[in-house]
Design a protein around this ligand. Structure first.
Ligand code: AMP
Ligand code: GLY
Length: 424
C-alpha cells in the first residue's frame, strides 16, 4: 500500500520514521514534509486545503491510506473529502474534529454523557460572561472556544485578570475562535496525556505521556507547543488508565457515534488527576507534538496496518498493541526567542543521525544550499530511550550535546516530576 502523510513537523517526522518501517507500507509520500521526513518519504508539493488536488494525487499514485498529522486540515474537512472519494483516511471528519476545534462542544458532550470534567458555562456575549464570573471561585479558567494555537487559555488569579481575558477574547484577539468563551472551574492535580486509537466504535489505548508546555525551567513562563515529553507516564497507573478509558474516552467515542459523527483516528486526552479521579481537561483530534516523538519509539507494532484498520472500521480485528518496556524522553531544541519571536535562519549542524538509544526528529528545519537552517520556533526534538527514565534522559541530552545550533535554547529539566518521584 502507498501512503500519503500530511504535515511537516517533528510529529510527522516521527510518524514517517515509523510508517516507513511498516511491512504494509510500499511507497511513503509526504506533503509538505521536511528534511528529516525526506529520509523516509518522497516529498510532494500539495496544498492540503486544495482537496481536489489531494484526491487527484491519491488517485494517480494509488494511495491506500492518508495519515493526517496536524489538526488544521482535519477541522477543514480533509477526511470528509477523502472518505467521499473512497480513500481511507486516518483522522476524524470535520464534525468529529470539533472535539478539538470547539471547547464548548466538548464540554456540552461531556455534560450530556456525564464525563468527568471541570464545571463550566459557555458564553456568546461579553456582558453575560462578566456577570457569570461571580458563579466561579478563583483562580478561574477562561478559554476561547475555537482553535487558538494553544494560546486561548487564561488562568486568572483575580477577577480583574478574568475580566481582562474576557475583554481580550470577545474583543477579537483570537478572531472567530473567541466568538464564544468557556469559563470553567480550576482543577488541581497532575496533568497527564492518554492516547487512544479508534475506528469510531472499537477503542484501543495507545500509551501515555507527560509533556512540558511552558518555556522555562520548572514549568514556568509562557506556554509553548511543548518543550519536551516522556512516555510512559507512570503517574497514570493501570487502574487510573482503566478508569480514564471507561469514564472518559470510551463514553466520548460512543457519544460521537450516537450523534452520527463517529470519531476515527487518534484521540489525545489531556487529563487532570484530581483527588476525585481523572478529569478531562481537553481533547486533541490528532497525535501530540512532541508526545509522538516518545510514543512511537516504544511502539513495536505495524503502524500502517493499525492506522488502516482504524480508517476502515476494522479495529476489532486488532487484538492488542505492543509497546516495548523501554522508557522514552524527548527534549525540544527551540530557536532563541521562541515562543514570542523565534530567531530563524541559523545553521543547524552536528550529528542528526540516530545512534543506539537516540533519535533526532526534525521540526522547523529547512534545507538550503548552505545546509540545514532553522525555519520554525521548535527546530528539532532529540529523543533518548533506555531501560529507565534516567537512562532515556541521559541519552536525549547526550544527543542534544552533539547538535550545533548557536541560536538554540532547550530546557534542562524534562521529566523532572517523574525523576523527583523516583528520586533520580
Ligand atoms: P488546554 O488548551 O485546554 O489544554 O489548556 C492549556 C493548559 O491550561 C492545560 O494544559 C492546563 O495546564 C491548563 N488548564 C486548562 N483547563 C484547566 C482547568 N480547568 N483547571 C486547571 N488548569 C487548566
Ligand atoms: N504537545 C501538545 C500538543 O501537541 O497539543
Amino acid at each position: 500500500m502507498n501512503i500519503l502523510l500530511l504535515g511537516g513537523g517533528g510529529r510527522e517526522h516521527a510518524l514517517a520514521w515509523k510508517l516507513a518501517q511498516s511491512a504494509t507500507c510500499d511507497t511513503l509520500y509526504a506533503a509538505p514534509g521536511n528534511p528529516g521526513i525526506a529520509q523516509h518519504a518522497e516529498l510532494v508539493a500539495l496544498d492540503p486545503t486544495d482537496h481536489g488536488a489531494v484526491i487527484g494525487f491519491c488517485r494517480s499514485h494509488l494511495i491506500g491510506l492518508v495519515v493526517v498529522g496536524p489538526e488544521a486540515p482535519l477541522v477543514d474537512g480533509i477526511a470528509d473529502s477523502l472518505n467521499m472519494a473512497g480513500i481511507p483516511c486516518f483522522g476524524p471528519s470535520c464534525a468529529a474534529a470539533k472535539l478539538e476545534g470547539s471547547k464548548g462542544f466538548t464540554k456540552d458532550l461531556c455534560a450530556a454523557a456525564k464525563i468527568p470534567t471541570a464545571a463550566y458555562v459557555r458564553y456568546h456575549d461579553k456582558e453575560a460572561a462578566r456577570a457569570g464570573l461571580a458563579g466561579f471561585g478563583l483562580p478561574v479558567v477562561i478559554k476561547a472556544d475555537g482553535l487558538a494555537a494553544g494560546k486561548g487559555v487564561v488562568i486568572a488569579d483575580t477577577t480583574a485578570e478574568a475580566e481582562a481575558a474576557l475583554d481580550d477574547m470577545f474583543g477579537g484577539s483570537f478572531g472567530v475562535a473567541g466568538e464564544a468563551v468557556v469559563i470553567e472551574e480550576f482543577l488541581t492535580g497532575e496533568e497527564v496525556s492518554l492516547f487512544a486509537i479508534t475506528d469510531g466504535t472499537t477503542v484501543i489505548p495507545f500509551g501515555t505521556a507527560q509533556d512540558h508546555k511552558r518555556i522555562g525551567e520548572g514549568d514556568t513562563g509562557p506556554n509553548t507547543g511543548g518543550m519536551g515529553a516522556y512516555s510512559p507516564a507512570t503517574v497514570l497507573t493501570p487502574e487510573l488508565e482503566a478508569r480514564a478509558m471507561d469514564e472518559i474516552v470510551r463514553p466520548t467515542v460512543a457519544a460521537m457515534a450516537a450523534r452520527g459523527t463517529p470519531f476515527v483516528g487518534v484521540l489525545f486526552a489531556g487529563l487532570m488527576l484530581t483527588d476525585k479521579g481523572p478529569q478531562l481537561i481537553e481533547y486533541n483530534a490528532r497525535f501530540g507534538d512532541p508526545e509522538t516523538q516518545v510514543l512511537l519509539p516504544r511502539f513495536t507494532g505495524d503502524l500502517a496496518a493499525l492506522m488502516l484498520a482504524a480508517a476502515t472500521g476494522k479495529l476489532d480485528d486488532v487484538s492488542s498493541l505492543t509497546f516495548d518496556s523501554n522508557v522514552a524522553l524527548t527534549v525540544v531544541l527551540a530557536a532563541r526567542g521562541y515562543p514570542a519571536a523565534p530567531s530563524l535562519g541559523g545553521s543547524v549542524l552536528g550529528r542528526l543521525s540516530p545512534t543506539d538509544g537516540t533519535l533526532v526528529f526534525m521540526a522547523g528545519v529547512r534545507a538550503t544550499t548552505e545546509g540545514l537552517v532553522a525555519s520554525g520556533g521548535r527546530v528539532l526534538a532529540a529523543t533518548g530511550t533506555g531501560t529507565s527514565l534516567r537512562a532515556a534522559r541521559d541519552n536525549a541530552y547526550a544527543a542534544l550535546a552533539e547538535i550545533d545550533f548557536i541560536d538554540g535554547y532547550w530546557r534542562t529539566d524534562i521529566g523532572w516530576r517523574e525523576l523527583d518521584r523516583q528520586q533520580l
